[in-house]
Design a protein around this ligand. Structure first.
Ligand code: FUB
Length: 321
């Protein structure tokens, strides 16, 4: 079942949901009308702050805990606070966020709080060696945290190879392997990558890396990881083909094998989600632009997510009037 939008008076997108202390928290981007013309680099997504939300029960009214972080409080800030995520360790909450620095390069920043709802205090510099967008942090059963990140086009992933900036930041040719999302275990203090980020390789049905020209299935942005019955499910957006797809593997690094579509295209251009188990049921949090009709003013909502007996995920389609 696809449920109604959480909010009608505020635009929130990229809803990353986590359960902390038995309660469901949502960490979305906060869209607003910046008046910036649309372009392929997403300049019109010019967000300036984050609010944190929570829910006791999935159909309750959402609680807005207010502003949790403002771009004006981040010393290294340039522009564009995109999708964030939050992880907990030893009673501290770490918010990871992508933001362009003063040279217009996306870096991943960290802000810390004693409470899941914030407010979060930003560190003075971005994470060493960080780049691109869309951090998502997954805590495995052994307590280790892994960060997944990256996004092509406006997310700048094409400007890097082997974690180094390259002169000519082009996409691979259509018949070459697609650019990969990145994965790294976090350091014990949660403030750094605990290793050089690695490519998260998605294989097709023949065991070959997904090709850059396979726009219907290749990784674009919006990484998420969840674990179900011991299997690792990596889900992501295909960007210009507007789907949320998934691939499965047997460890947090992969390789992962492409499985199918979780969410068919919704109204809007971007699609970005999270998957979480709460009170014994699984949910897909996502956004669309049904309320505003504008790609950069998005509204978050939730749908029930079904893992079928064979381990596959039932595809969700939003029926619009
Ligand atoms: O919200 C800004 C960007 O749009 C996100 O970082 C992407 O995943 C896309 O949803």
């Amino acid at each position: 079942m696809v449920r109604k939008h959480f909010l009608k008076n505020m635009y929130i997108a990229d809803p990353h949901a986590h359960v902390f202390n038995g309660k469901l928290y949502i960490y979305p981007s906060h869209d607003y009308e910046a008046g910036i013309p649309e372009d392929d680099l997403g300049s019109h997504f010019a967000m300036k702050d984050y609010h944190v939300f929570s829910l006791e029960n999935i159909d309750d009214e959402i609680t807005d805990h207010g502003k949790a972080l403002d771009v004006d409080d981040i010393p290294w800030a340039g522009r564009q606070l995109w999708d964030c995520d939050v992880a907990e360790k030893d009673g501290k909450y770490y918010m990871y966020f992508p933001l362009k620095d003063k040279t217009d390069i996306f870096r991943l920043g960290i802000a810390i709080s004693d409470k899941p709802e914030g407010p979060f205090k930003p560190l003075p510099t971005p994470m060493d060696g960080s780049y691109s967008i869309d951090p998502a942090v997954f805590k495995d059963d052994d307590g280790k945290h892994y960060m997944y990140f990256g996004g092509i086009w406006g997310g700048q992933l094409q400007r890097y190879r082997n974690n180094k900036a390259i002169e000519c930041g082009q996409q691979p040719a259509d018949n070459e392997p697609a650019l990969c999302a990145k994965v790294a275990v976090m350091s014990d203090d949660m403030l750094n990558f605990g290793e050089e980020p690695k490519d998260l390789v998605i294989l097709d049905e023949n065991g070959n890396p997904m090709l850059a020209g396979d726009n219907d299935r290749r990784f674009f942005e919006a990484s998420w990881m969840h674990k179900y019955k011991g299997k690792y499910y990596f889900s992501y957006s295909t960007g210009d083909t507007h789907k949320i797809c998934y691939a499965t593997g047997d460890n947090p690094y992969g390789p992962f094998t492409y499985q199918g579509v979780i969410l068919n295209p919704v109204i809007g251009w971007t699609t970005h989600h999270s998957i979480v188990e709460y009170k014994g049921k699984w949910y897909l949090f996502f956004h669309d632009s049904e309320i505003s009709g504008k790609t950069w003013l998005r509204s978050a909502r939730v749908a029930d997510l079904n893992h079928l007996p064979d381990g596959s995920i039932e595809t969700i389609t939003v029926e619009y009037d």
